[in-house]
Write a protein of this length. Sequence first.
Length: 195
Amino acid sequence: MNIAVFASTNGTNLQAVLDEVAAGRLPNADLRLVLVNKQGCGAAEKAKKAAISVIFIDPRDEQGQPLDRETYDRQLAEHCQKHDIDLIVLVGWMRILSPWFVRQYPRKIINIHPSLLPKYPGMDLDVHQAVLDSGDKETGMTIHYVDEQVDHGQIILQKTCPVLPGDTADSLKKRVQELEKQWYPEVIRELTEAH
């Protein structure tokens, strides 16, 4: 399967995927490119270091005005078509994909979210603080297909971890990220083997 990763942030989960590729543990995955909307983000640096093609698509036009979602997403789609992409993997992608884009790739876009969806969806929420504020006894992560609603599509996998006494948002985030790094490559492996 030809894979594109969309990333905006540090690329912690991307590194986990890159490590599996380098170790030969994702034999059916061809990671063709990493598309970023923030130049020089950690994910872009990690991809370059691994000799993966990185493409920056500016979310603003020449006048510095933000592009509307579909206009931007049409540029994403162009690159995906050019590289015959079969699976799009979102890792810290801090943009909501347009309905138009999602319809081009039904069940071909996966996302990871640091909560047990449907709890605490959305990008603008400090998920780990929300978990603590609610007094939840467990949290975790969700890997799901992307549909036209935010953090809503069919769930592929959820893994949980306990909320411990004395936890902070940071300590919780670290524990959830360990789950993400372990299980995101595993889901990609299963999807590419089933392809």
